[in-house]
Design a protein around this ligand. Sequence first.
Ligand SMILES: [Zn+2]
Ligand SMILES: [Zn+2]
Length: 177
Amino acid sequence: MNPLLVNAADLLRRPGSDRVLELTLPLAEIDVVDPARFVAGAEVAVRLKLESLSDGIVVVGELQTPWIGTCRRCLLPTSGVAVSDVHELYQRVVSATDAFEIVGDQLDLTPAVRELVMLDAPTTPLCRPDCAGLCPECGINRNDETCACVAPARDSRWAALEALGGLTGVGESGTGE
Ligand SMILES: [Zn+2]
Ligand SMILES: [Zn+2]
């Protein structure tokens, strides 16, 4: 029995009424199987409100889906929780674009939930927004260490002093000819 298949007969009889749907559901039960992004047994947390209107039922709320992956910059394992905003319209007679059909008195939330889970779990995640990544020269993780591979840009004030002859023996270019 799919808990995302909701009998909405009571809602449809009474426009203006609403109902809350809160549940957790193994991703495998909605055919979301992607070992690169979800651990086996991962569950989506569903918190939705179904509001009955004169011409259909609006479903609003949020999904939270734990994901796993490999940081695209530092290549370390990373994970997080994807939050999806849900805003869908279900109609007996579909008149709005993107509305789902109510068949019998049943709302099948499965396709919408599956689509949002697949869409919002990142495929090329970052371990954190400012991940510094790996040094392209020596491969160290710049989040943890620093290396001397890339010479720091020379401070322009030092260059100015040098030009004035205020510093000697600092440059590496020698005396020339
Ligand atoms: Zn990273
Ligand atoms: Zn380096």
